[in-house]
Structure formats: structure tokens, C-alpha cells
Design a protein around this ligand. Structure first.
Ligand code: PEP
Ligand code: MG
Length: 660
């Protein structure tokens, strides 16, 4: 028995509608399959179903074989033809993996009770301003590894049993979570989808197959989860790509049970806690429950590393670059940190505690007072508007930027879009993202920076050579021009998005004019292709970041080639001062106020003014109230910064006007 239909389920059979479909299918005894483009999969496996990537308006066939085949086909076809199928409890969705993992992870591991050792004050790099005090949350996750032992034939059955018991335990934990009253409808749906992955034949079958070949259970779970996750990553659908993380999360949970270990999960961080880690991936931090994090302390990182940038954009105080000293915090119970001075106090005494509590309250009070500057349009003495824009790296940050009163986006870091996935994002996915951004801020401009990876930001999907000095190596525009396959996708997506708002594009790491002319030729080529293909597109202004000494020295000539400059003080400082921005040992030299860096900024501003182009700044210095008057004095008319700095910057510019 089989019947075909056109899928009307809103946005197709992504996680939740797929889970519901599977539940419905499992209610029938018959074997049921869903067929798309000649490929048939079991309708009782949500993983297989999701991997079939059934989209809205596609034709599919439901095929059933068994005693209740007619009823099964009727019911499943009815489901597929219902646009709201699976969406009846959509409210509150959006927590994604974060919410799900928060819900299914075991209770937070209590901090060790051993006393903190030695020095009460640890000096690191002041990476995100503000003070904080709160319970310590140590996050030093161990890599999970299987014992790597081949099983004897007589051990296989026992290992399969052990694996099944671990799955049952993980499912029971998820069931307990699902039974909790405080779970939102959205989170409930996500946990249910994860529970399904844990039970899915695709995972369990593959694990058991690997065990039968002699793998131990942990290695088998790691292997099977990686294979399935890779399948999810390969689908050209960003929603399904994110399921790869779900598979890894489920695999990790099963492995931890097999190893008898408890997970120290970032998602279980209590409200106001200070996150302590040796290192945190930029993307791991970006998707952590940032609203709950009171402060960040890290062994790695510097003031302009991406962890710092994310912390600043969310107004989270951070001290980074503690090096090995971070190990002294592994057992701390409470931590006070000063993100302005760059130090951390382990288990503070009563006096320190009350001092910090008072400072935290004063900061909250100051923030409340700054709110009135949200809607202010700051101007210079001659009436020229100073654009105070936001630096963001994902669509999730749009809200924070708008809440702060951003007059557009002065730097959209596209690399987070690339880091998010285990493969390169498609042109469509990029076009969707840039269009959403353009629409959100129109008529203000949105300056999208083309892919800037290499240095401290490698990504999956591009092989990077081993380099002695990656910051002086194959990064930014250098890599893009060598990989037109990747670069052209981004440029085409930007041309398509330009239809939807005021998109401008800027190139990172420029050090010679040819990089601009070669890019312009590629842009023209992309526009011609889109025209020939009949794809809607528009043009955009092309600018460059000024972040290498070479760019400063050729600024007068460069200014004739581009529509604007945006000074990237984070890199400009490290390259002018020859002081690695990630190296805490030379952090003192990495100082934008050094006369060498300030005169590079001035030279750039003069060159831009002479050519009549806009000169802005998107490095972190743009948000510094102590430097803003100098930058405006040099002629900068756009300052782009972390959303958390916007209102104070507007206040600073307004105060300059009041002094006139
Ligand atoms: C800069 O270098 O100043 C900049 C804004 O870019 P990033 O920090 O992303 O390198
Ligand atoms: Mg840079």
C-alpha cells in the first residue's frame, strides 16, 4: 500500500515534525517507509527521516506493508498535508542544543572544597570591562576517549548489553527531564528529539555493528556518532546541520555513562557564576547561556581574542590570559574579578566581597543611567552625524545591538557563520543570513566583512597549512583570493542580500592594492553570473579594513580605490607594535594608545579625508570613552563597537557637544 503527496508541513520534516511523524508511524504495526526522489527510509527512525531532508512543497510517497497498512498510510499522509503538523507547541522554541543540553545534563558538579592555594590576586589581561563576584564554575572538560582495546569474541555480547544499559540510562534521564513542570514547550520538544536520537536504530544499530566487529562500546559510540553527525553536516540545510551537534551531545552523554563519569557542562552554569576555563572555543562561548554568566576567567586569550569580543558584546566582565595560574582556580568556591584592572581574586575575604558587591551595584546603576542615550543621534561640532554602530557576529546578536541603540552594523564578522558548522556554509544560507541582517537594520548600513580566518580563527572545511606565524600567514583576504570557490560564494550571497537593505562589504587584512582590484574583478564576475542566471541582486560599496602597517602606508592610494576605510585597531596594534594580540606576556605592548598606533590612525584618517571617503573604526578601541574624542578629532565619522559599549560612546560624544 502506498500513496504520494506534496508535503505541506511548515518548513518540512525538520527535528520536531520528524519526531512527531515517527511517533505516529510507530503507533502502527506495519513496516512504514517514506520515499523521496527514489530514496526510501524507515518512517520509524527520526535520524533517517531527518537525513532525508524533506522540505515543504516536495513530493513524497508513504509506503506501508502489514496488517494496518491502510490506516498507517491514511494517518501519515494526513500528517504530511497539515501545515501546522508538529508545530502546535512551538512557543518558546529557540533554545536549541543549549536548552536541550541544559535540560538533560546531570546536576552541576559541586566545586571542590579544597582551599584555594597561594596568591589571593591573580593578574591576567583586562579583556572585558566590569566587575563581578559569584560562585566559581570550573569548566575543564576532558576529551572522551575509548580504551581503544579490541574485544575478544566472548566479550561482545556483554559489551552490547553494557551499551544498551547506558542508552536506557540516558533515556531515563531525559524522561525525567521531560516530566519536569518547569520545562518550556520548546525545550521539551528538543529534549524529546534528542531522546529519539539516543534510541534511534541508525545510532544504536551502527554502535552494535561496531561492537560486533570488536570495538569497545565507547569507541563504537564515538565512531557511530561521528558518522551520523557528518551526514547531518553534509545536508544543505542549516537547521539539519545543527543536528550534528545534537548527535555529538547524545553520543557524549552515552559515553559518560559508559565511563561512569559526570559531565561538567557549560549549560548547567548557575545564575551569576564565574566561568573558569583554560580555553573556550569562540563558538562554544557564543552558544552558552550567556545571560547567566556573571564573568569569564581564562588561561588563554587576550584583550582582542574572540572570547573577549563575545564577552564584551554581552557586557560580561572577563579576565583572560592567566596562563597556568588558571589552575589555581580549579578548586575555588567563589571568585571576584575586575575586568578593568585584569585581576582575579580567589575565595575573597569579607572586606573584598563587600567592596566588589558595592562596585557591581554601582555598575548596574550606571547602566540604567545610560539607557537614555539609546535613541540619541550624536553629532560633531559641525553637525556631522557620528554613526555609532555595532560589531556583531551572528543574527542572534541583532537584538542586543538594537536594544543598545546601534545605528547599523559597522562590522559583521562572518567567520562565526563558518565556524558554526562542520562544513562550509552554502551560498543560499549565507544570502539568507546577510539578507536578514540588512533587513533588520535598514535604512542603516550593515558592513559585512568578508571571511577573515587563519590566525586565531581556523575553521573546519578549509585545510590550513602549518604555519610558523599564522598571524603573518594565510589569513583574511589572502586566503579568500587563493580560494575563489569559497570567496565567490560569499560575494554572490552578498550581492543577492544587497537587494534587501544597505549592505556594504569590507575586506580584512589588506596589504596591497591588487587585493582590492582582484576582489573587484571577482565581484563583477559574480554579478555577471547572477545576471545571466536571472537571480535578483544589487551592487554594494566596497571598503577595506586598515589593520596592517602596509595598508596605512599606502592609504592615500588605497583611498582612491574604495568607498570607505574601517580601522581595525585590534590587528593594527599587534602589527604596528609587533606584539601578538593573544600573547599575555607582551600584552603591555599591545596598547592602542601607543603613539606609534595613534599616528597610524591619524595617517589613515588624513588619507581618507583627502580622498573624500568615510573613515570609521571597528577595532575594540572605537568603544573607549577615553579615546573617542581623539578619534573624532582626527575626522572619524563612524565608530563600531560591542553593543555593550554603544550607550556610553553616545554619551561621550554628546558630552563633547555639550562642552562646545
Ligand atoms: C580588528 O582587527 O581590529 C578587527 C576589528 O578585526 P578582528 O578583531 O576580528 O580581527
Ligand atoms: Mg582584524
Amino acid at each position: 500500500m502506498e500513496r504520494s503527496t506534496i508535503v505541506r508541513v511548515h518548513e518540512g520534516l525538520h527535528a520536531r515534525p520528524a519526531t512527531r511523524f515517527v511517533k505516529l508511524a510507530k503507533g502502527f504495526e506495519s513496516e512504514v517507509e517514506l520515499v523521496k526522489d527514489g530514496k526510501a527510509v524507515s518512517a520509524k527512525s527520526s535520524v533517517k527521516l531527518m537525513l532525508l531532508a524533506v522540505k515543504e512543497n516536495q513530493e513524497v510517497t508513504v509506503r506501508a506493508n502489514g496488517a494496518d497498512a491502510i490506516e498507517a498510510v491514511e494517518a501519515l499522509i494526513g500528517y504530511l498535508e497539515n501545515p501546522r503538523a508538529g508545530l502546535d507547541d512551538e512557543a518558546g522554541e529557540g533554545g536549541g542544543l543549549e536548552a536541550a543540553a541544559a535540560a538533560l545534563a546531570p546536576e552541576a558538579t559541586p566545586a571542590d572544597t579544597a582551599p584555594a592555594d597561594g596568591t589571593p590576586k591573580l593578574q591576567g589581561v583586562a579583556a572585558s570591562e566590569g566587575v563581578a563576584i559569584g560562585p566559581a564554575f570550573a569548566h575543564f572538560p576532558a576529551e572522551i576517549e575509548g580504551p581503544g582495546r579490541r574485544l575478544q569474541a566472548d566479550e561482545i555480547d556483554g559489551e552490547v548489553e553494557r551499551f544498551r544499559a547506558a542508552v536506557a540510562q540516558v533515556q531515563a534521564r531525559m524522561d525525567r527531564t521531560l516530566a519536569e513542570d518547569n520545562l518550556s514547550a520548546g525545550d521539551r520538544g528538543i529534549v524529546a528529539a534528542l531522546r529519539d536520537i539516543a534510541a534511534d536504530d541508525s545510532l544504536t544499530g551502527e554502535v552494535e555493528r561496531l561492537i560486533s566487529e570488536g570495538d569497545d562500546a565507547v569507541s563504537a559510540v564515538i565512531g557511530a556518532a561521528s558518522t551520523i553527525a557528518a551526514d547531518f553536516s553534509a545536508v544543505d540545510d542549516h537547521y539539519l546541520n545543527a543536528r550534528a551537534d545534537d548527535v555529538h551531545a547524545v553520543g557524549r552523554q552515552i559515553c559518560l555513562v559508559l565511563l561512569g563519569q559526570d559531565e561538567v557542562s557549560l549549560e548547567t552554569i548557575p545564575q551569576g557564576a564565574i566561568l573558569i576555563a583554560d580555553d573556550i572555543g569562540a563558538w562554544d562561548l557564543a552558544r552558552a547561556p550567556l545571560k547567566r554568566i556573571g564573568g569569564v576567567v581564562c588561561g588563554h586569550g587576550g584583550a582582542t581574542s574572540h572570547i573577549a569580543i563575545i564577552a564584551r558584546s554581552h557586557g560580561i566582565p572577563a579576565v583572560l590570559g592567566l596562563g597556568d595560574k588558571v589552575n589555581q582556580l580549579r578548586t575555588a568556591k567563589e571568585v571576584a574579578l575586575d575586568g578593568n584592572a585584569g585581576h582575579v581574586i580567589v575565595d575573597p575575604d569579607e572586606t573584598t566581597r563587600s567592596d566588589f558587591t558595592r562596585r557591581v551595584e554601582a555598575a548596574t546603576h550606571e547602566r540604567a543611567g545610560l539607557k537614555i542615550f539609546k535613541g540619541v543621534t550624536p553629532t560633531r561640532a559641525d553637525g556631522t552625524v557620528i554613526e555609532v554602530a555595532a560589531n556583531i557576529g551572528s543574527l542572534e546578536e541583532i537584538e542586543a545591538a538594537q536594544e543598545a541603540g546601534a545605528m547599523g552594523v559597522g562590522l559583521f564578522r562572518t567567520e562565526l557563520l563558518f565556524m558554526r558548522h562542520m562544513h562550509l556554509p552554502s551560498e543560499d544560507m549565507q544570502a539568507e543570513t546577510y539578507s536578514a541582517l540588512a533587513k533588520a537594520f535598514a535604512p542603516h548600513s550593515v558592513i559585512v566583512r568578508t571571511l577573515d580566518i587563519g590566525g586565531d580563527k581556523p575553521i573546519a572545511g578549509i585545510e590550513f597549512p602549518d604555519e610558523e606565524n599564522p598571524f603573518l600567514g594565510w589569513r583574511g583576504i589572502r586566503m579568500c583570493l587563493d580560494r575563489p570557490d569559497i570567496f565567490k560564494k560569499q560575494l554572490r550571497a552578498l550581492l543577492r542580500a544587497a537587494v534587501h537593505g544597505n549592505i556594504k562589504v569590507m575586506l580584512p587584512m589588506v596589504s596591497e592594492i591588487a587585493e582590492v582590484t582582484r576582489t573587484r574583478a571577482l565581484v563583477d564576475e559574480c554579478a555577471a553570473e547572477l545576471k545571466a542566471e536571472g537571480v535578483e541582486h544589487s551592487s554594494f560599496d566596497l571598503g577595506v579594513m586598515i589593520e596592517t602597517p602596509a595598508a596605512v602606508l599606502i592609504a592615500p592610494a588605497l583611498a582612491k580605490e574604495v568607498a570607505f576605510f574601517s580601522i581595525g585597531t585590534n590587528d593594527l596594534t599587534q602589527y604596528i607594535m609587533a606584539a601578538d594580540r593573544l600573547n599575555p606576556t607582551v600584552a603591555k605592548l599591545n596598547d592602542v594608545t601607543n603613539p606609534a598606533v595613534m599616528s597610524a590612525i591619524e595617517l589613515t584618517a588624513k588619507a581618507g579625508a583627502a580622498a573624500g571617503i568615510m573613515v570609521g573604526m571597528c577595532g575594540e578601541a572605537a568603544g573607549r570613552p577615553d579615546l573617542i574624542p581623539a578619534f573624532i578629532g582626527m575626522g572619524l565619522t563612524e565608530l563600531s563597537m560591542s553593543p555593550a559599549s554603544i550607550q556610553r560612546a553616545k554619551k561621550t560624544i554628546a558630552a563633547m557637544a555639550a562642552e562646545r
